[in-house]
Design a protein around this ligand. Structure first.
Ligand code: SDX
Length: 433
């Protein structure tokens, strides 16, 4: 409850004055909010296209301080988590609210490994796609189709079903992702192994073959695990909002996650890592950087510097800092410390951060700026970058979905609008159309 109020005074079209008061709520951290849910009774709505200043829900999972450039998962700073925890710990933390003890972690990972395989019939889905299909298209399709196989866990009011769906989604995303890659290169699908961890299994299924099951490089496994952690959750971003909106209708979690994958695909969101690497390859040489910086600043040019800027961060994205460090570790591990792409990226970053346009608009590198170079150095095809983002973000999406489904005050997501179309009019005789 609260005794703090905001009063809105407004005039109607006849210039009659009205005023109404609305409660102000504070969270643990961050901005206060004005609850305008009762505003409709006053015959007026708010509009906030893109939700720049609108909270869509209450949540306890992730907090971002855009001004300071900090990111907390259940209160723990991301830079501490990447050093002290692995992605299995993060999955448990996001889902259950606390870091797991040894027994909880062992049981959680055991459950995930038990569910990592797909129903054998699901592998038939892949042959319906063209070999050159974008793997994100395959992910949208196959993840959505999981609801055609797992009828035993679709009652979203049943906590056991919800937990089983969460495990199945977290467990099967690496398998589906790796299968979409293997299908595109015509190699046989690889099965997960109980003697490997989560990130190790993903790299094994991506790069292993029936005639060479050698374990993935531990440095690359650690890097992959860290990349999963960095991408796990991020408040109410566009794809999480999509998952919550789909979930608010009572749709099954597989359909909701499939909707989130679709939303993540766009270059303004999760597709930026793929777009960023393609941009760096298009820039090609440091001498071309000024031309691209100029294009990014030109209002008449739709080009934007991929991997730069963020709706919330108006400081350096803390994930980009970790990603840049990880990038150097991977490049050293694969013997590409002089990779021209990393040199180009660092020059581009330096030039942009010294440019008044980027300084004034508080545009800094985000998580996608260095992730593409890192994944490229790991031998992962560019088209798989956003798939890896979706794989990692599934843990955050299903945690947010679970939080919403368990919230007794959750509402069907149904925004209103400002109608600017034609006034009511009668249909004229057909000869006048
Ligand atoms: C992710 O929301 C999340 O949390 C997302 C994410 C997550 O983990 O879920 O963090 C993942 O999506 C990271 C962002 C990845 N996208 C990109 O790197 C694409 C390039 N970035 C831009 O498209 C842009 O910065 C956005 C979309 C990320 C944010 O855009 P906003 O918040 O809508 O800001 P805006 O478009 O209103 O930009 C403000 C100003 C504008 O200029 P003016 O109209 O004020 O003159 O900054 C300019 C923009 O033109 N601007 C850029 C720019 N980003 C913003 N100009 C050039 N290059 C850019 N990258």
């Amino acid at each position: 409850m609260t005794d703090r109020k905001a009063t809105l005074t407004f005039k109607d079209k006849q210039h009659n004055s009205y005023s109404a008061s609305f409660p102000i709520y504070s969270g643990t951290l961050g901005y206060d909010v004005i609850d305008v849910s009762s505003l409709g009774k006053e015959g007026i709505y708010t509009i906030d296209a893109g939700f720049h200043a609108t909270a869509a829900c209450k949540s306890s999972i992730t907090y971002i301080d855009g001004g300071k450039g900090t990111l907390l998962y259940r209160g723990y700073p991301i830079d501490q988590l990447v050093e002290k925890a692995d992605f299995t710990d993060i999955g448990y933390l996001l889902l259950h609210g606390e870091l797991p003890n040894k027994t909880q972690k062992s049981d959680f990972l055991g459950l995930i490994l038990d569910h990592m395989n797909l129903h054998e019939q699901m592998s038939c889905f892949f042959s319906g796609f063209r070999r050159d299909a974008h793997p994100m298209a395959i992910m949208v399709g196959v993840v959505g189709a999981m609801s055609a196989f797992y009828h035993d866990s679709l009652d979203i009011k049943n906590p056991d079903h919800r937990n089983l769906c969460a495990i199945r989604l977290i467990a099967k995303m690496p398998t589906i992702a790796a299968m979409s890659h293997k299908y595109s290169i015509g190699e046989p699908f690889m099965h997960p192994r109980h003697d490997m961890g989560y990130a190790e299994n993903f790299l094994h299924m991506m790069f292993g073959t029936p005639y060479d099951e050698s374990a993935p490089d531990p440095v690359l496994v650690r890097a992959m695990d860290r990349i999963f952690t960095l991408h796990a959750d991020h408040e109410q971003n566009a794809s999480t909002t999509t998952v919550r909106a789909a979930g608010s209708t009572g749709a099954n979690p597989f359909a909701c996650i499939s909707a989130g994958i679709g939303a993540l695909w766009g270059p303004a969101h999760g597709g930026a890592n793929e777009a960023c690497l393609r941009m760096l390859m298009e820039i090609g040489d440091e001498k071309n950087i000024p031309e691209f910086i100029a294009r990014a600043k030109d209002k008449n040019d739709p080009f934007r510097l991929m991997g730069f800027g963020h709706r919330v961060y108006k400081n350096y994205d803390p994930r980009a800092t970790v990603m840049r460090r990880t990038c150097h570790e991977v490049l050293d591990a694969v013997g590409r410390h002089d990779d021209p792409l990393i040199k180009l990226a660092m020059s581009l970053e330096k030039i942009a951060l010294e440019d008044d346009y980027f300084i004034e608009k508080k545009l800094y590198p985000n998580v996608d700026f260095y992730s593409g170079i890192t994944l490229n150095a790991m031998g992962i095809p560019t088209s798989m970058f956003t798939v890896i983002f979706a794989l990692a973000r599934t843990t955050g999406w299903i945690s947010q979905w679970t939080e919403m489904v368990q919230d007794p005050n959750a509402h069907l997501v149904r925004p209103r609008q400002l109608y600017i179309g034609k006034d009511k009019r009668d249909v004229p005789p057909a000869e006048e159309w």
